[in-house]
Design a protein around this ligand. Structure first.
Ligand code: RRO
Length: 324
């Protein structure tokens, strides 16, 4: 069974890799992903300056791991760190030679995103950065909306970024979950308009502004942002599958769809592939289980594909059958 795939034309030896966020903020954490069966290494979303994020406690896992919550508020080491040669050396030194390294950007304004993109365009490490994931879906910056819910704003950001296309690695966009077919249409038409720039979408980020309540203390489980937090894990897996399916249907075929949301087994990856994903990211499960989850999930996927007689990703991708 061949589990290799391509995302934005970049070869991944396995179609499963880490989502931005969990265990992706430092070169030490990234090196553990790099040494696993993860098909790529994706860094935590960066801002222009290093920042420490929201007050603690800002994460909470349901005891049965059916759902996780975070209001991290973008703790990260700043863009310079993620594109620095020493960071990339440390992160990738024990990985397969050609394992791709991706950065994620989550600027607090268009100006900040442009500044980070200009830094990448002139970085000596530019050709070691296989792709850039532009996060237009962070729910946790207090006072800032989820950009990709405002399609006009998404359009104008992509318009600006387009002017840099030729000097940048391929670009993907991290999307929030959409719930309404009209919103899928609106988002897809903006993304299709920018298909020269946008080579993949990663769908979905956390479901924004959920609330977990602790019945003992009668207070929210999370202190920051009045307890409101991004919801992830198995609770959002079905929303993620629907987003992958719908976006695959609506997006131009040149734009890859990377599935992300509540994936914790080979079966979950297989379902994402059937829905149309070209590759699948793992976030919450990596957070809880650690980087060995990539080896386990890839093994499970290999066994399942063997059982089903599927020899490559293309045999599964987008092949969801009609109900019968
Ligand atoms: O750091 C965060 O609070 C965070 C980000 Br940038 C994001 O994109 N998604 C999320 O759930 N948390």
């Amino acid at each position: 069974v061949e589990l290799a795939t391509t995302v934005a034309g970049i070869l991944l030896k396995t179609c499963v890799y880490n989502a931005s966020g969990p265990r992706s903020g430092t070169s030490t954490a990234l090196s553990k992903v790099a040494q696993s069966a993860s098909g790529a290494v994706l860094a935590k979303s960066a801002t222009v300056q290093k920042q420490s994020g929201n007050p603690q406690p800002r994460t909470w896992h349901h005891p049965d791991y059916i759902a996780s919550f975070n209001s991290e508020g973008l703790p990260n080491n700043g863009i310079d760190y993620y594109i620095d040669a020493t960071t990339i050396d440390d992160a990738m030194k024990d990985a397969d030679d050609d394992k791709p390294y991706f950065v994620s950007l989550s600027g607090k304004s268009l100006h900040d995103n442009m500044e980070m993109l200009h830094k990448i365009a002139s970085a000596p490490t530019k050709n070691r950065i296989s792709a850039i994931e532009l996060n237009l879906a962070c729910p946790n910056v207090i006072g800032k909306p989820i950009i990709a819910y405002d399609v006009d704003q998404m359009d104008s950001i992509l318009e600006q970024v387009s002017q840099l296309t030729d000097s940048l690695p391929p670009l993907g966009v991290k999307l929030p979950p959409y719930l309404d077919f009209q919103h899928f249409q609106q988002a897809a038409s903006v993304l299709n308009r920018h298909k020269k720039l946008v080579k993949y979408v990663a769908s979905i980020n956390t479901l924004g502004n959920a609330l977990a309540v602790d019945v003992v203390s009668e207070a929210p489980c999370i202190s920051s942002n009045s307890g409101f937090a991004g919801l992830s894990g198995p609770a959002v897996h079905y929303t993620a599958l629907a987003n992958v399916r719908k976006l695959r249907e609506l997006l131009d075929e040149d734009i890859d769809v990377v599935g992300v949301g509540g994936v914790r087994s080979g079966k979950d990856v297989f379902a994402m592939l059937l829905a149309g994903a070209t590759a699948v990211q793992v976030g919450t499960c990596h957070w809880i289980e650690g980087p060995s989850c990539f080896d386990r999930i890839v093994d499970e996927l290999r066994v399942l594909m063997e059982e089903k007689g599927c020899r490559r990703i293309e045999d599964v991708k987008g092949k969801l059958k009609a109900w019968s």
